[in-house]
Each structure stands twice: as C-alpha cells, then as structure tokens.
Design a binder for this molecule. Sequence first.
Ligand SMILES: Cc1cc2nc3c(=O)[nH]c(=O)nc-3n(C[C@H](O)[C@H](O)[C@H](O)COP(=O)(O)O)c2cc1C
Length: 318
Amino acid sequence: MHKFCVAPMMDRTDRHERYFLRTITTETLLYSEMIHANAVVHGDTTSLLKYHQNEHPLAIQLGGSDPSLLAEAALIAQNYGFKEINLNVGCPSDRVQKGKFGAILMKEPNLVADCVKAMIKSTNLPITVKCRIGVDDMNEDSGLDNFINRVKDAGCNTFIVHARKAWLEGLSPKENREIPPINYPRVYKLKEDHFDLKIVINGEISSIEQSLSHLKYVDGVMMGREAYDNPFLLKDVDTSIFNKKTKIKSRKEILMDYLPYLESEHRQGVKLVHATKHLMGLFKGLQGAKEIRRFLTKIDSIESPIEQYKQLALGFNE
Ligand SMILES: Cc1cc2nc3c(=O)[nH]c(=O)nc-3n(C[C@H](O)[C@H](O)[C@H](O)COP(=O)(O)O)c2cc1C
C-alpha cells in the first residue's frame, strides 16, 4: 500500500486535491492534511473529515500528544472509513511546538510510544508515524535508533521518514524543508537495521526514476511538493511503480474525469475555486498556462462555469 504515497500537506491535500489526484492515479496512497486530535473530537468533525469514497486508499494524519485524545480521534477516524492513522512527528512550526506535538515529539519517544499504544488499543487500523531523522542536536544515529526502537516496541511497524533533521529554533517550516541537509543513506540504514519494519522515504523526491531508485532500498516513497506542483507526473505511477496495466491518462482525460466532481460540488454550493485552485500545476510548462490559471482562479465569477471548464478540457488534444 505504501509503495508510493503523496505527502500530507496543510492547505494543499484537502478533499478536492485528493479527488483530483485520484483522477490521475488509482494506486497511490493519499494522506489528509494534518488535523489536530482535539479538532476531530471537539470540533466540526463532519466538515473536517468529509471526503469522497473515490479518494481511497486514504489515510488521515493526526496531530497531538495526548494519548487518550488521540485514541478517541483515531476511533472517530476509523468510523469515517479512513484506512490508516498517521501521527505527525515531523512538523517544526512554532505553533505546533507550543502545542507540544509535531517534530518536538522526537525528543519524547516514550510519549510517542504511549500515543501509538493508545491508538492501537482503540482501533483496528494500522497506526503509522511520520518523523524526521532527528531534531536539533539529536544524534542522527543513536537518537533516531532510540526513537524508532521505542515506538516500534509500542506496536508501530510503519515509519515515514523525512530524510532530514528539523531545526526547531530559528528556521521557518519552509526553511526546515530546505536547509537541514538531506540524508537518504540514513533512511536506507534504518531499513537495513529493521528489516521487519516498513520504511517509507520522503524529502525532495521529484520523479518516477528517483522513486524507483529509492525503492531498491526502502519499502515506499512519499512525494510532497513535486506531486502538488507537477501532478501530471503521477500519471505514470500506476504502471511504472505498481506495475498495473492501466491506460496512462492525458490531460484532457484527467480534466474530463474531474468534471462530474466539479458539477456535483457546484450543485452543493461549494465555491468552484476551492477545487480548481489545485489544478494549476497540471498546466506547468504549457503554452497559455497563464490564461488557464487566470480562468480557474476567477471561475466563480464566470457565466456557465461548468460549461466553460468543459470547453477548456475538450480543447486539449492530449
Ligand atoms: C505546504 C506544505 C504543507 C505541509 N503540511 C504538512 C502536514 O500537514 N503534515 C506533515 O506531516 N507534513 C507536512 N508537510 C511536509 C511534507 O509532508 C513533506 O514531508 C515535505 O514537504 C518533504 O517532502 P517533499 O520534499 O517531497 O515536498 C508540508 C509541506 C508543505 C510544502
């Protein structure tokens, strides 16, 4: 299931983006944005967890560090039909640090272990962890080993590892995705040392070729920014990575397959731009991309927007 995944990304991997990605690849495992356990339990659960059945296989990513709250949230997510619960142990933002969750939890392996145990107890779903190779001055070898061993003992057997440290002071979340050096060999070693674990590698992976090369060393690849900025590359995932004999879609087919969804959301009163804003990357490098983007941004103020969208889609030759 984890051979190829698209990363959880706040403000990006919402339900509209996931449905869109599903028109391109059927096999890729998709993740929700991070949702705090407290919001799942005490917030507007229905709108936070709403998704379309076509989005499966779909995992939810939870944030939090209170074992009983996470257990409650995980059970709710299970009842909504998510296929996996992933715990965020990688986000370095100040807000998240203050809330004592995300990457700062790498310093508290026992607490993460308790969170994992509590979620395993409350659900039948796989509980996975997305982490970094370390934080701050933590030793990338012994520190990471200690973290993995504790959490593994609690029953977690799948780790998604962003192959760089997080520096919790002085770097923004964006810088924390660029500045600490990437260290793929450390993640490969994790797999070598823990052959019984499923290890998914993440960080700066930007092509199918790179993904296939990582798959020689680890069980899965997770792609984030490139999948969002250039979603057309995902058209080859089902055939090249999952060895499915499915037809590779053209841009026209992808846009047409998204049309019924747009119509349905429109009928329900959803602003179309919430869904069309995620399509921008599909036109990367194409002539006329700027005009298309302008159209998709202004779509709600256009007359007969669905018909116009259809004309746009049919205008593509491939
Ligand atoms: C806009 C944005 C939002 C993100 N939000 C989350 C999140 O909610 N949870 C999470 O675990 N990681 C989040 N990340 C980190 C990604 O999941 C991923 O680990 C990171 O971007 C590195 O992978 P990449 O180089 O393939 O993009 C986010 C990244 C971006 C760019």
